[in-house]
Write a protein that binds this ligand. Structure first.
Ligand SMILES: NC(=O)c1ccc[n+]([C@@H]2O[C@H](COP(=O)([O-])OP(=O)(O)OC[C@H]3O[C@@H](n4cnc5c(N)ncnc54)[C@H](O)[C@@H]3O)[C@@H](O)[C@H]2O)c1
Length: 299
C-alpha cells in the first residue's frame, strides 16, 4: 500500500508531481536542497490549483486539502524516512542522481519503491547505486504534469514485476495513463522527440528557415500543439542538451550529437522559459510569443 510519497526536487517537474499525488489524497513530502525552490514550488502549485478552481475542475475544498497534503523538507534523509515511494525529480545529472539514490537507499524504509523521473539516464545504472535494484523503476511524467496524461514507466534490467505492477496501478489511481517500456537510452518518448527538436535547431542553424517558420510548419503541417523550438524552450534547453548527450553516448550514433547552436545557447545561459530567453523571449505576465532578438528576422 502506497500512502506516503516523497518527491525529490521541487523544480518544474517536482512541483507538478507533488501536485498530482497530493490532489489524489496521498501524503506528499516535497524535498529540495533549496528552500527558495520549495517556496516557489508551493506558490506555483497554489496558482495552478486556483486555475483548476477557476475552470470548475476542482472545488475550493479540494484545493485546500491538496495543499494540506504537502509538506516540505530540505534534508533528504528526513524527507524520505517514512516514504512508501520516492519519486526523484532532481536536476538531470548522472553523478547527482547516483549520489541521491545511494543516499535514499540508506534512509528510506526497506520496502520503499525508488522511482526516477529522469528523461534519459539509465534506470539500470541508477539502480546500481542502491542495494534494492528490483525496487528501482522509471516514472517519467510529462510537462506540465497536472495536464499531461502519460506516465512512461521504465523497467530497469533488474526491476521486478511487483514493482512495475505497483507503479502501473498507482499511475491509474492518479488518473494518468501508464505505458511500460524497457531501459534503453532515451526510452521511447525522448528517443523520438529529441532528434526532432535537434533537427529543428539544425534547420535554424543552417539558415533553412526562421524560428517562427519552423514552428509554424510543424504546428499547422503536422498538427503539433506547439512547434519544436517552442517545446525545446518549454522543456529547458539544458535538459534537451543533456538528453541528446545521453542518446549520443548510449547509442553511439553521430545522428544524436547536439547541434552546435544548442550547445552555444546552453553555454550562454539561454535555457528557454526558465531563464527568460531561448528561441523566444519570455516576459512575466505576458503570453505573447516573441522571437528572441538573436533570431529576429533582419529587415
Ligand atoms: N523539464 C521537463 O520538461 C522534463 C520532463 C520530463 C522529465 N524531466 C526530468 O525531471 C527531472 C527534473 O527536471 P526539471 O525540469 O524539473 O529540473 P529543474 O531544474 O526545474 O529542477 C530540479 C530541482 O532539483 C533540485 N535539486 C538539485 N539537487 C538536489 C538534491 N541533491 N536534492 C534535492 N533537490 C535537488 C534543484 O534545486 C531544483 O529545484 C530531470 O531528471 C529531468 O530530466 C524534465
Amino acid at each position: 500500500m502506497i500512502k506516503n510519497i516523497s518527491v525529490i526536487g521541487a523544480g518544474t517537474m517536482g512541483n507538478g508531481i507533488a501536485h498530482v499525488f497530493a490532489q489524489s489524497g496521498f501524503s506528499v513530502t516535497l524535498v529540495d536542497v533549496s528552500s527558495a525552490q520549495l517556496e516557489k514550488a508551493l506558490n506555483t502549485i497554489g496558482k495552478n490549483l486556483d486555475r483548476q478552481v477557476g475552470k470548475g475542475t476542482i472545488t475550493e475544498e479540494q484545493k485546500k486539502s491538496t495543499l494540506n497534503n504537502i509538506t516540505t523538507e530540505s534534508v533528504l534523509n528526513t524527507g524520505v524516512s517514512k516514504a512508501d515511494l520516492v519519486v526523484e525529480a532532481a536536476t538531470e545529472n548522472t553523478e547527482l542522481k547516483l549520489k541521491i539514490f545511494s543516499q535514499i537507499d540508506e534512509a528510506a524504509p526497506v520496502g520503499c519503491i525508488l522511482a526516477s523521473n529522469t528523461s534519459s539516464i539509465s534506470i539500470t545504472k541508477i539502480a546500481s547505486a542502491t542495494k534494492r535494484p528490483t525496487k528501482v523503476i522509471g516514472m517519467h511524467f510529462m510537462n506540465p504534469v497536472p495536464v499531461m496524461k502519460l506516465v512512461e514507466i521504465i523497467n530497469g534490467y533488474a526491476t521486478d514485476k511487483d514493482t512495475t505492477d505497483a507503479i502501473v496501478s498507482l499511475s491509474k489511481q492518479i488518473a494518468k495513463i501508464p505505458c511500460s517500456v524497457n531501459d534503453y537510452p532515451g526510452f521511447i518518448a525522448n528517443r523520438i522527440l529529441m532528434p526532432m527538436i535537434n533537427e529543428a535547431i539544425y534547420s535554424l542553424y543552417e539558415g533553412v528557415a526562421g524560428v517562427e517558420e519552423i514552428d509554424t510548419v510543424m504546428k499547422l503541417g503536422m498538427g503539433h500543439p506547439m512547434g519544436p523550438l517552442q517545446l525545446a524552450d518549454f522543456i529547458g534547453l539544458d535538459v534537451c542538451h543533456s538528453i541528446l548527450r545521453v542518446l549520443h553516448e548510449g547509442l553511439g550514433n553521430q545522428k544524436y550529437a547536439p547541434c552546435p547552436l544548442l550547445v552555444n545557447m546552453v553555454t550562454a545561459g539561454k535555457l528557454g522559459v526558465k531563464s527568460g530567453e531561448g528561441f523566444y523571449t519570455y516576459t512575466a505576465g505576458s503570453k505573447d510569443l516573441v522571437v528572441s532578438k538573436s533570431f529576429a528576422p533582419k529587415i
